[in-house]
Design a protein around this ligand. Structure first.
Ligand code: ADE
Length: 227
């Protein structure tokens, strides 16, 4: 998979690309990530990328020209163009799985007070990562990329994500490591029993219990009721 990200702040991605699982996925050629500076596509004087809002109003608005030219430059028949904006579809695990099927993602990060409305026509999908406002789309594009990359075959072990929270619309079961007794809090005995069938049953029950307590809304969509 290839992910091209269009941003006004390329340095924000330095840490994301150079640490941990994402770094390893890039080194192992599981994913190619290119960060493009929107300014480099500006044809305006001084690489101008924004201007005042027609009709007045606070803040500068991202101009269409640099973004249209960048997308023209990057887009192929395999591309899927995402615009990250608070007005988009709310992001969730099922959307990460849908995007995993794409060969090439182009993610446009909005910034400042907004972007020219005509930029929306470039997007195959608009995505929001939640009902709150960030200073720009950069963090949102990293959240989306991260959630997809970890699902690519061979990036992490299948076991690591098969029981993830939200797979089957259930939250994850509790896990424990050493020591057995920490400050009086003991590991549930079932986990030391060595009986895998019972352990799996217990884990499933814990998933359901936790989801009932914390996210009952998810249970309506879950297949535990035999949907
Ligand atoms: N840009 C600003 N806020 C955002 C959000 N919540 N999701 C996606 N992009 C954004």
């Amino acid at each position: 998979m290839k992910i091209d990200i269009l941003t006004l702040f390329p340095k924000m991605f330095d840490g994301f690309l150079s640490e941990s699982i994402i770094k390893r996925a890039i080194e192992n050629k599981k994913v190619t990530i290119n960060i493009y500076d929107i300014r480099d596509f500006s044809k305006g004087p001084h690489k101008k990328v924004d201007d005042y809002s027609y009709g007045g109003g606070a803040g500068m608005v991202l101009m269409p020209q640099p973004i249209f030219d960048a997308v023209d430059y990057l887009k192929t028949s395999d591309s899927f163009v995402i615009l990250v904006t608070p007005q988009g579809h709310t992001y969730k695990q099922s959307l990460a799985k849908f995007l995993l099927q794409k060969k090439h993602l182009i993610i446009i990060c909005g910034h400042y007070e907004g972007f020219d409305e005509r930029i929306r026509t470039l997007a195959d999908m608009e995505i929001s990562i939640g009902d709150y406002i960030l200073t720009g789309g950069e963090l949102a594009s990293m959240v989306i990329s991260d959630s997809i990359i970890r699902l690519i075959d061979g990036v992490i072990t299948r076991e690591s994500y098969e029981n993830d929270s939200f797979t089957d619309n259930l939250l994850d079961y509790p896990v424990y490591t050493k020591p057995y007794d920490f400050r009086g809090m003991k590991v549930p005995d079932i986990l030391l029993s060595g009986h895998h069938e019972n352990i799996n049953k217990w884990r499933r029950e814990e998933q359901i219990k936790k989801t009932q307590e914390r996210r009952p809304d998810l249970l309506e969509k879950s297949d535990i009721y035999g949907e």
